[in-house]
Write a protein that binds this ligand. Structure first.
Ligand code: AMP
Length: 352
């Protein structure tokens, strides 16, 4: 057990790291953030910050010497760096969880082997493969890079065969997969935390709405069309967590369809669709992630209110802060980012 007073290392310096650091601090831990960017939302609330590339072995060694346990808030870290760090200090979740989640093809195959059902897909490693994939799956479809995609980036939609050249060019010829378009009624996510003792706590399932591939809102409770699919989806998420011997928060995103939940993607970390748990449940995703990483028992995921709504503040939305502060039901979270860009996650607001 890593006791309060110890130092937790976090790889990655964005808003997820910031909220992890705040949860850790409120439980009496110190946080040391390592990330390469000049501006670090997590660094602003951490006891120590190292600005270094994740591949800088000397920096990782100094980082390891200063912490008692490490975790990550960012998925696109070379797993070799995580494996190196793990030779020096315990790291949760493990590099195995990260490796599966970094590659859309590996992730879909892994989840399928456990009984999950992703949208029909086809690997695409060349322009010629794309024609084969279109013939196999039909259109519409969406071409996604296997690696490094997020918030709808690294994706191109195809409506007709004439879109193939542009889609292939848009992804820069990287290894990709073509996914059949899913005619879904709703989107939802399963968030769970798994402790070092194998105990699993899952949160009530939020209904997520996306705009332009970016999460806009998460609402709890979810409507009946989602609730009917929750037992299957949660059972799958538990099997994934157990198969990976995952420690920490794990998120699986799903499409709700008339023939059941369709797996979309997973993240071996705290997730934007779980931000509402800060005020909306007794133990937030951030608190339970810290508890799991430190080998503590998990906290209750019970709701604190009958209805919870989280809305992302994207780009210029951040300027609504004064109006939101004046609303007694609103819990405002700003991430301290200086540059406002369209679609950039600047903060969020939760209404109970
Ligand atoms: P992703 O980054 O894969 O989560 O995709 C971002 C968003 O694009 C999803 O949350 C959906 O709203 C939409 N999307 C992605 N893949 C599909 C698909 N195969 N069918 C329909 N919508 C999709």
């Amino acid at each position: 057990m890593i006791e309060p007073g110890s130092t937790i290392g976090i790889l990655g310096g964005g808003q997820l790291g910031r909220m992890l650091a705040l949860a850790a601090a409120s439980m009496g831990y110190r946080v040391h953030v390592l990330a390469p960017e000049a501006e670090l939302p997590a660094g602003d609330v951490a006891a120590e910050v190292t600005r270094a590339d994740y591949t800088d072995r000397a920096a990782l060694d100094r980082f390891a010497a200063s912490i008692d346990v490490a975790t990550f808030e960012f998925e696109n870290i070379d797993t070799a760096a995580i494996r190196h760090l793990a030779t020096r200090v315990p790291v949760f979740p493990s590099a195995d969880s990260l490796e599966v989640a970094q590659d859309r093809l590996a992730e879909k195959r892994f989840v399928e082997a456990l009984g999950g059902r992703p949208a029909a897909y086809h690997p695409v490693d060349s322009r010629a493969d794309l024609d084969v994939a279109i013939a196999a799956l039909g259109l519409p479809a969406v071409l996604k890079t296997r690696r490094m995609g997020y918030d709808g980036k690294g994706q191109a939609r195809l409506h007709s065969a004439g879109d193939a050249d542009a889609a292939w060019a848009a992804l820069g010829g990287q290894p990709a997969i073509l996914e059949a378009w899913v005619d879904f009624s709703h989107e939802f996510s399963v968030l769970l935390a798994r402790g070092q003792d194998g105990d699993i706590a899952s949160w009530p399932v939020p209904h997520n709405s996306h705009e332009g591939g970016i999460l806009a809102t998460s609402r709890v409770p979810a409507p009946p069309e989602i609730m009917a699919l929750v037992p299957d989806a949660v059972a799958l998420a538990r099997r994934v967590a157990e198969a990976l011997d995952h420690v920490g928060v794990l998120t699986l995103e799903f499409f709700a369809t008339p023939d059941g939940p369709r797996f979309n993607e997973m993240a071996p970390r705290v997730h934007n669709s779980g931000h509402w748990t800060i005020e909306g449940t007794r133990a937030s995703q951030f608190e339970n992630h810290i508890r799991a990483v430190c080998g503590l028992p998990l906290g209750s995921t019970a709701l604190t209110a009958p209805e919870v709504l989280m809305r992302n503040l994207l780009g210029e939305d951040v300027h609504d802060w004064a109006k939101l502060l004046a609303d007694g039901r609103a819990h405002l979270h700003l991430y301290g980012k200086s540059e406002v860009k369209p679609g950039r996650k600047m903060g969020h607001v939760t209404f109970l």
